[in-house]
Design a protein around this ligand. Structure first.
Ligand SMILES: CC(C)(COP(=O)(O)OP(=O)(O)OC[C@H]1O[C@@H](n2cnc3c(N)ncnc32)[C@H](O)[C@@H]1OP(=O)(O)O)[C@@H](O)C(=O)NCCC(=O)NCCS
Length: 384
């Protein structure tokens, strides 16, 4: 039986299922999630959301979540936007897999999307998650359409050096919103309720970096900008859920444990980077809306990332800083990350709406699946 999530009777059972369900390619790394008493926390901040559960003989055997919002879908004139439904958190109890439960959950969620007149349904998974890719692509007709880069940087035990030539200023929410609307609104998947994201309590703030010499040209309304500048915002994911590593290659385990021992007992080796212990639950900061302009934009992005790293060091359990950008986006070359820790992401999409705007839907659909992809992509922190 598939029905809506009911907190009173399902909360503990969903949390238990979440803890038992590894996510990640088998034989490599398994990540587990602790939703800290609120299994719906990952979608709660979206304008519309739904969570469904599957029950079999009174046992809770599956769960799925979905959210709906309006985003930019094209960045060529004429500008366009679409109502999209995002599918996440699909889990089926290990002993109940391959019985059609995952499919039933997806089917029911798609019905909710259709009832709410969404244009496209999309989901993200690890490229190597064969079960998930086959379910969505082979069985439900989703199209693979983006492979964004997830960039993961561990929080080190010493602060990053920040160039003294760079000025960093925190933006007021209104200023951040106007800058995002001015410079990023035409980027694919830019959320039209960006103001809600920036004003959310999980959003720790937006910062802008520019050269000190350029300071005179900076005006807090964003109307006059420095020659080179960059901005980004930070979302405190650790407030809503924690992750931990359940299984990892031996080399990763030895490196994690080994490097911590070395930096603790042999401080002279402190130049070696050390990995935090990912086997205990940890939180992370998600950097979103990373954008730069001008000849020194790369340096400004790098400096902002160093600034966020130092901010994360002061937080109790933030062990990594994560961001996700288009795989061809120039900005990725300036965001510090460890290749060893970066999973490969795959986004899949499907057109759902079936009414008088069929033609427009078909046009958008072809644009997304067949034409040259644009480089930048806005990844919504609410969907991490
Ligand atoms: C992915 C997952 C939800 C599938 O649930 P499920 O109930 O087993 O799925 P279904 O029985 O409905 O399978 C539907 C189709 O998906 C594909 N599929 C499912 N599991 C598969 C597997 N282990 N290997 C290959 N294909 C698989 C098949 O095409 C299958 O159709 P078939 O059984 O007719 O061949 C489940 O494996 C799971 O919970 N995995 C861990 C969490 C996860 O990775 N979630 C996805 C994140 S987006």
């Amino acid at each position: 039986m598939i029905r809506s999530y009911d907190r009173r009777i399902d909360r503990a059972r969903v949390e238990d299922l979440e803890r038992r369900c590894e996510v990640g390619p088998t034989e490599r790394v398994f990540l587990f999630t602790d939703t800290l008493g609120d299994p719906i926390c990952r979608i709660r901040n979206s304008p519309m959301y739904k969570m469904l559960v599957a029950e079999l003989d009174n046992e809770l055997v599956g769960v799925i979540q979905g959210s709906i919002k309006v985003v930019t879908m094209m960045n060529k004139p004429p500008k366009d936007m679409a109502k999209v439904g995002y599918i996440l958190g699909l889990r089926v109890a290990p002993r109940q897999r391959r019985k059609g439960i995952g499919s039933s959950l997806v089917r029911e969620l798609e019905k909710w999307f259709v009832a709410n007149e969404i244009d496209f349904s999309y989901m993200a998974t690890e490229k190597e998650n064969e079960a998930s890719v086959r379910l969505f692509v082979d069985k439900f007709g989703y199209n693979k359409f983006r492979t964004p880069a997830i960039l993961v940087n561990p929080v080190q035990n010493r602060p990053s050096h920040i160039s003294s030539n760079v000025e960093i200023a925190k933006l007021r929410i209104e200023d951040a919103e106007s800058l995002y609307r001015k410079f990023m609104a035409s980027i694919e998947f830019f959320p039209h309720d960006i103001d809600k994201i920036l004003g959310n309590k999980l959003s720790l703030g937006t910062w802008i970096a520019y050269s000190k010499g350029d300071q005179s040209s900076w005006d807090s309304t964003g109307k006059v900008l420095p020659t080179s500048w960059a901005m980004l915002s930070v979302w405190n994911t650790g407030e809503v859920f924690k992750l931990w590593l359940g299984k990892a290659p031996l080399s990763c385990l030895i490196f994690t444990k080994g490097s911590r021992v070395i930096s603790r007992f042999f401080p002279c080796f402190k130049l070696l980077p050390s990995l935090p212990d990912f086997f205990d639950p940890f939180g992370f900061y998600f950097m979103y809306g990373v954008h730069g302009q001008g000849p020194l934009a790369g340096k400004m992005v790098r400096t902002l990332c160093q600034f966020v790293h130092n901010m994360a060091m002061a937080s109790k359990d933030c062990k990594v800083i994560v961001t996700e950008v288009g795989d061809q986006d120039e900005v990725r070359h300036h965001i510090p990350h460890w290749k060893l820790l970066c999973p490969e992401d795959l986004w899949c999409i499907k057109a759902l709406k079936n009414d008088d705007v069929q033609e427009r839907r078909r046009f958008l659909y072809e644009y997304l699946t067949k034409t040259q992809r644009e480089k930048a992509l806005f990844v919504d922190p609410r969907e991490v």
